[in-house]
Design a protein around this ligand. Sequence first.
Ligand code: NAD
Length: 491
Amino acid sequence: MNAYTDLAKSLKLPTGAFIDGEFVAAASGAIFETRNPYTGELIATLPACDAVDVDRAVAAARRSFEAGVWSALHPSERKAVLGKLADLLMENRDELAVMEALDAGKPITDCIEMDLPETANCIRWHGEAQDKLYDQIAPTAPDALALVVREPVGVVAAVLPWNFPLMMMAWKIGPALATGNSVIVKPAEQTSLTALRLAVLALEAGVPPGVLNVVTGMGPDVGEPLGRHMDVDALTFTGSTEVGRKFLEYSAQSNVKEVCLEMGGKSAAVVLSDAEDIAEIAETQAEAIFWNMGENCTANSRIIAHKDVYDELVAELAKQVADWPLGDPLDPATRQGPLVSEEHFAKVSGLVDSGKAQGARVVAGGEGAGGLLFKPTIFAEVTPGMDIYQKEIFGPVVGVIRAESDEEAIKMANQTEYGLAATLYTSSIAKAHRYARKLKAGTVGVNTYSEGEISTPFGGFKASGFGGRDNGIHAHEQYTELKTIWIDLSE
Ligand code: NAD
């Protein structure tokens, strides 16, 4: 027992979808269950919404957008409200963190120290940016004035994954709300609770009813109607590449809405022959793959090491996981909680079994640890033909790959359909620059694992991303349209 387990018992959990400023049931009356992945216990039932509820939420978003109650505010007014929302998130940090830990199985210490502060910071950052941005005037002859202005796109739908429920929501609604749009969020069905709580805090902070809606339910019932809706102007998605592709179809077959996709990854850490301090690299890379149970899109699930440093690196990695603390997400000492669902556990186990069958050597783990816990797993002698080299596992599983040369290591890093992130270890500044440019990835960390921060654009090359970036001012491009206003000044 600790303060978090006490708090877990007294939590008041939301039970409705949040449309037009109030909690509502699904029009059909249908519900679905959300369970604690650590204990298997029922946490809450939520509305299993469908296209009828999506219509209602889109209508509320459209009404609020056209009324100008948010879209037409002075940017400094939106900034003040988003600043207040960030404050409220931090004031309610413990409650939200416990909800996230119960719902997603994420370690409470990560929720408290990372997810909540980063969620609040993201919303504050985008709000703060708003009253410092200028539009442009194009170079023209003196008898014309051409204004190039950015306008909110209108009604935005955000379809979210379950691995960082609050943070992914903030990455979308921070810039979407800051730029004046009205938003419908579809959280992942596994992890909807904190999205609903955030929506209530947003209302309390002064976001008008209808501007931020949360529609709960399954992907095909809620995500697809949003993707196909004729009155949704832009759709932003984070999730698997398989589902991401569908949103391009939905858009093409409906109103050709703007689509931005942040999708899967198979990121690699490349350890060149001149890399220094292999023990420290192993420590950082253990964190890079096992943090958040490996349920992280940029997790370095491949480590490609030059043959000169390979054996030392494998041995150091094994030392790292010897006493990795697995267990109850509400225990502050836990570094790794359960996988999010039985279905996901089965997928991870299946890929681990394929690694064994295809000849990779298990150095650590390789099996479950009770319930939905899965031991941190290290495979050595992984080669490009294996499924665990090519497929996103999205669990605590890393494959270490031997490269004959630095050039071959870089080539191997690029040898998957994905291109989300990469890490490069070298002691040569020339190689650092040269090879960072050769890695086909949206973010490259040099001599560290990095996803950047709120000020840097985040997204993927190849099948990892499409249509824009999250984070940084660059994210605003997803949620705004450029307009040219040409004014005749001739006499
Ligand atoms: P997922 O693709 O299964 O689900 C994502 C969302 O799409 C959920 O809300 C789901 O309900 C919805 N959905 C499912 N089927 C749908 C359909 N047919 N039509 C419309 N919507 C549908 O992804 P997930 O399992 O929740 O998350 C894991 C994936 O997310 C991994 O591939 C991971 O790499 C990726 N991810 C990427 C980033 C990034 O920024 N690139 C960040 C986090 C996670």
